[in-house]
Design a protein around this ligand. Structure first.
Ligand code: AMP
Length: 187
């Protein structure tokens, strides 16, 4: 989306992983990430606010993750569309547990759905592929619990708003992208 529409990609997950060892009064981001818990709102909101102020258009990825963040977002920016990619838990577990990421450039792979051609190395930069610390089965299950407790209320917050769209996320990436593109280009 970011490349196609020429807008900023604001992803709290990546920003937090880059700053995983940053010491804050509330602990390091990495300590929350590794348990599959949400990083405190004050840290995340600050990241998003700084990035939104720099951007002239943006896609938010992984934010807002709870109702307080959604309320905070409404005080700093207007958003045109809210896209809910709906994927069943069993499918998410399969996708996350098989995900591998490049330790250098961050490119994503999947052992079954998108294996690298170079056997454990990144096709783009040849660096080693690793499993994210929070893609272990136990942490994935906690992330799903956190989703139903904290992020489902975000769905309720947006569901009746103008611009809310639910997309079937079970489909292959090309079809999901096609659905998203149409929403923006054809309304
Ligand atoms: P993601 O890459 O979006 O799956 O995020 C990975 C982890 O980063 C999450 O499980 C949380 O620990 C943390 N994280 C990412 N985005 C947020 C957010 N908006 N609020 C709180 N924690 C977040």
């Amino acid at each position: 989306m970011s490349e196609y529409f020429g807008i900023a990609h604001i992803t709290t997950g990546n920003a937090l992983r880059i700053n995983r060892d940053l010491e804050t009064e509330l602990g390091t981001p990495g300590s929350f990430i590794d348990r599959g818990e949400l990083v405190p709102d004050s840290i995340v909101n600050e990241i998003v606010e700084v990035e939104i102020k720099k951007a002239s258009g943006f896609v938010l990825d992984g934010y807002p993750r709870n109702r307080k963040q959604a309320e905070y977002l409404s005080t700093i920016s207007e958003i045109d569309k809210i896209i809910y990619l709906d994927v069943a838990s069993e499918e998410l577990i399969k996708r996350l547990s098989g995900r591998r990421v490049c330790s250098s450039c961050g490119e994503n792979y999947h052992i079954e759905f998108r294996p690298s051609k170079k056997n454990g190395k990144c096709d783009l930069c040849s660096s080693e592929l690793v499993q994210r610390s929070d893609d272990q089965e136990e942490t994935i299950l906690n992330r799903l619990r956190v989703f139903s407790e904290h992020t489902e209320p975000v769905l309720e917050y947006y569901i009746n708003r103008e611009g809310f769209v639910r997309i079937e996320g079970r489909d292959n990436p090309e079809d999901v992208w096609e659905s998203i593109r149409k929403i923006f280009e054809e309304g």
